[in-house]
Design a protein around this ligand. Sequence first.
Ligand SMILES: [Zn+2]
Length: 493
Amino acid sequence: MRECFEVRDTDAGGRIGELTVPRADVTVETPALLPVINPNLDTIAPRRLATEFGAEILITNSYIIHETEDVRERALEDGLHELLEFPGAIMTDSGSFQLSEYGDIDVTTEEILEFQREIGSDIATPVDIPTPPDVDRERAEAELETTQERLELAETVETGDMLVSAPVQGSTYPDLREAAGRHADSTSLDVFPVGAVVPLMNDYRYDDMIDVVAAAKRGLGADAPVHLFGAGHPMMFALAAAMGCDLFDSAAYALYARDDRYLTVRGTRHLDDLDYLPCSCPVCTEHSPDDLRALPDDERESELGAHNLHVTFEEIRRIKQAIRAGNLLELVEQRARAHPTMLDGYRTLLDHAAQLERSDPVSKGSFFYTSAESARRPEVLRHHRRLERLAVPDSLLVTEGSSPRGDEYDDSWRVEPPFGPFPRSLSKSYPLTAEVPDRTDREALEAAADGVARLAAANPDADITLGHRGWPTGVLGRLPANVAVIDLSDTQT
Ligand SMILES: [Zn+2]
């Protein structure tokens, strides 16, 4: 077990966890948001982040501090906590982002780690190489090798009780990300940022982002706290949390505020385009859009920054509650409807249903079938796997209708989209208690047919008959030839 992190609750790949940060003497509940603080300009003072927004942790850039003389002197003399006036945990980035933007920085991993310790950082970051998406494989491999050397070097630096992060790189090559995750996990380092995903998010490539995170997670193992580095927009937090990301940092709240952009969980709006403020935070209840537009630039930026942050923290709380209640994927389904690329992200997440299934609880409160994608949720996959282990009599009717009288069959099971067949004794157990719309969709019927096919494949000697209510021919075509079919829709049974 990794000592600094403990998982308390899970739902799909999402989890509520506790990250113990010994140097700050605080325990941060995850999923957590780390507002990004630029030591040279704060849109919202760090103290306000703690008192007004409940921030338990923030992130700032040690390279900027290192390169700005007066800030450096004050950080070395008074420490980061006093410099920023923040009582929670402080994570520091190393300048890798500057490296990716400007191609060069003038510190080594040892220097920047020692500097981070000297200024009182609670979670430090070595200088890794953030390899962008889509580079050729040779470059991705070579840069990953350098990153891995830096991580091994970081292990040897005397860092006291400061936690140290181990970024996972590998560009858009899933096998490299997985290998990078496995290597990072084998070090003694503590927190695992999935790096260089900002270009993917900037281009709305949420499908590729999910593949990258899923691959890193396969390498990292279940007890590693995972940080989605540079993930700033609350719109995609639920999706990323469902794939198993525990820490998010947000510079977006401040950067967007600077451009008069107003964050919502369904996307970004420009203040000029808003006739109403669709939010109940203190900023939006006290101002109209006209009031905000009339404010002097710096005040407007600060008010918009506060709104953006309220929305962002609210989404984190909503995600935690969804994990606790076992309906995180239903929240992801709602968010997926906000933008076609988010839907791509959700569909990609479901490509990893087998991976999510490992951490998904066996029993939860409810399963609401709220979109065609619900047919691919991990609970459906798990039921299909369970079908292979159930004892089946010689002759079995699986039916959407009631149990037949007489002894034509040895037993009769129910069939429900999207799960497929199950013994009637399981009717009251999760997820078979699911709420499914009466006007079901093709995906649910297909998943049910796949369940029947799986049962038939596991029991080749059994005579299985399906009683269905008007399933389309294409759906029935998914069944093997040895399953007999009765259409109940015209027989009233
Ligand atoms: Zn608001």
